[in-house]
Ligand binder design. Sequence first.
Ligand code: NI
Ligand code: MN
Length: 223
Amino acid sequence: MSARATFLGHSGVLLESGAHRVLIDPFLTGNPLAARKAEEMDVTAIVLTHGHADHFGDTESIAKRCGAPVYAAHEICEFLAERGHDKCEGMNPGGKVETAFGFVALTQAFHSSSYEGRYMGMPCGAVVSIGGITFYHCGDTGLFSDMKLIGEIYKPQVAFVPIGDRYTMGPELASRAAEFIGAPIAVPVHYKTFPLLRQDAKGFEPKGVTVRELSPGESIELG
Ligand code: NI
Ligand code: MN
């Protein structure tokens, strides 16, 4: 059992195992740090943490072109269906859906979620299991102690943790988050992309956790 995780810049992550290619939060067009162009993405599924433009990003065009199912909050799926993409698995925090590659579970996140002025349901974190490896993408969130519970339940090998501050946790609270989650590897995300966000991962030093700071386009191999 193995999987590869590639950081695409901002909060975008591509998870691959065998024939499965799962894209989380594909904000590529308009992302100054994007490692890939939307047109070159060839994926079998998309997972969204919430509806903000810096996460929803190129979802519509990639999902339609690839015929890929989208796993997202119920309200995001309603929006995509109105736009002509009905391959969407509507979910909400606490729910889990078995998939061809493993499963997708949505968790809570303390944040907001809207797109073009429209309410997009609950903001979420996403637990994705692919190739027998479990990843926890926290989405955009503040710190909450139930991250410990999420860690206990899903036992993720890798956590993607936002550290950019202002809209999410900064490095200090993100360190606490990574310690709560307890995944052996933590990858900082949601920083450096824009001037308002922290420009480096300094201070993200969770105890007992290996921090893997990935440049956009860089991968880690698991398993
Ligand atoms: Ni957001
Ligand atoms: Mn964001």
